[in-house]
Design a protein around this ligand. Structure first.
Ligand code: NAD
Ligand code: IPM
Ligand code: MN
Length: 368
């Protein structure tokens, strides 16, 4: 049997720093568990632009299509902010999502017990929180046409188009219903059907899929603005949330703060099954390249490490090993180890990115 294959695209800013810690976990699986991944590495984002003049080379795109899973760090940075849209680092990531057709973006927000005190919300609001946001990732206003900045009379107009087909809504709704069935059996769909036609269609299609295919799952609908409010008021009312590309982007950053830090939130972007039965997949932290702390050893690698745990679960059918990695993270947090982003106003002594990775590896050792 051939080894499972991984393509690592560490990217820019803190991307390479947090990915170095994931490599330690991959190494641990090789030496301690006899699970060997064939790992290749390539460029994405600003670093790819610097080398090739494009944020994603065609060869890299082709490799991403072939491997069992892609692990991505982060892309972007101030150095590239003035670039033309077509070659911005973020476009590399958007191309991967679009061409791999990764339509279901799973963004779990789980509050580890040790961090319940640390959230900006009251402890009882977040303690034990475990919700899953399913964000549509390949359509909507991110990709709709027409788009651009055009001349209109004496001034310019910036245009983006929110566009959803029924089949695009159907497939992400099914992903969300399936997940709900494996969890608390509850799904809340969020859009703005009160002001957007795409929202009206979204609501209607999700309701139809629910009625016809998942009558056992408790389905509700909420306007996305009210959803943002409810997520901060009492997030534990939710189990699975399904929403579009833009609302999902916003709501998942909001949900990050329920868990304590953006440095905690992993994600899995999944598409249709490949010939080997595994879904097309890319795993990445929800956070970005964090230019303000890049190169200082301050980044929290947990979001990236938990993204690897999601790869174990969703691409490699190694749910028990994913549990092991998550338990190792819970243990180091319970032991009081904190990177700088997890320090309260009273301060303390943060550990570095690399020390956090080492501590998680030690916790994995202790789990054997
Ligand atoms: P960001 O997520 O990079 O940073 C927001 C804040 O959170 C910063 O203060 C940062 O220091 C902090 N932070 C983020 N991740 C952290 C971690 N792991 N540990 C500790 N602190 C962390 O968002 P931004 O500043 O709005 O964007 C910076 C760049 O990243 C932009 O170019 C943006 O387009 C890009 N971006 C990329 C991705 C991605 O690659 N998936 C996601 C979001 C933003
Ligand atoms: C995310 C990011 C991306 C998005 C950017 C970098 C393209 O914010 O993954 O959440 O907007 O989807
Ligand atoms: Mn985002």
């Amino acid at each position: 049997m051939t080894n499972p294959s991984l393509l690592i695209l560490a990217g820019d800013g803190i991307g390479p720093e947090v990915m170095a810690e994931v490599r330690k976990i991959i190494g641990w699986y090789d030496t301690k568990r006899g699970v060997t991944f064939d790992v290749s590495e390539d460029l994405v984002g600003g670093c790819a632009y610097d080398k090739h003049g494009t944020p994603l080379h065609d060869d890299t795109m082709a490799k991403a299509q072939e491997v069992d899973a892609v692990l991505l760090g982060a892309v972007g940075g101030p150095k590239y902010d003035a670039l033309d849209f077509s070659v911005k680092p973020e476009r590399g990531l958007l191309r991967l999502r679009k061409e791999m057709d990764l339509y279901a973006n799973l963004r779990p927000a789980q509050c580890f017990d040790a961090l319940a005190d640390f959230s900006s919300l009251k402890k009882d609001v977040v303690a034990g929180l475990d919700i899953m946001i399913v964000r549509e990732l390949t359509s909507g206003v991110y990709f709709g046409e027409p788009r651009g900045i055009f001349k209109e009379g004496n001034e310019r107009v910036g245009i983006n188009t929110q566009r959803y087909t029924e089949s695009e809504i159907e497939r992400v709704a099914r992903s969300a219903f399936e997940l709900a069935r494996k969890r608390g059996n509850k799904l809340c769909s969020m859009e703005k059907a009160n002001v957007m036609e795409s929202g009206v269609l979204w609501r209607e299609v999700v309701q139809r899929i629910g009625d016809t295919e998942y009558p056992d799952v408790e389905l509700s609908h909420m306007y996305a603005d009210a959803g943002a409010m409810q997520l901060t008021r009492w997030p534990k009312q939710f189990d699975v949330i399904v929403t579009d590309n833009l609302f999902g982007d916003l709501l998942s950053d909001l949900a990050a703060m329920l868990t304590g830090s953006l440095g905690m939130l992993p994600s899995a972007s999944l598409g249709a099954p490949m010939a080997n039965g595994r879904p097309k997949a890319l795993y990445e932290p929800v956070h970005g390249s964090a230019p303000d702390i890049a190169g200082q050893g301050k980044a929290n690698p947990i979001a990236c490490i938990l993204s690897f745990a999601m790869a174990l679960r969703y691409s490699f059918d190694m749910g028990a090993e994913a549990d092991r990695v998550e338990a190792a993270v819970a243990k180091v947090l319970a032991d009081g180890l904190r990177t700088a982003d997890l320090m309260g106003p009273e301060g303390g002594a943060p550990i570095t990115t690399s020390q956090m990775g080492d501590a998680i590896v030690a916790a994995l050792d202790a789990s054997l």
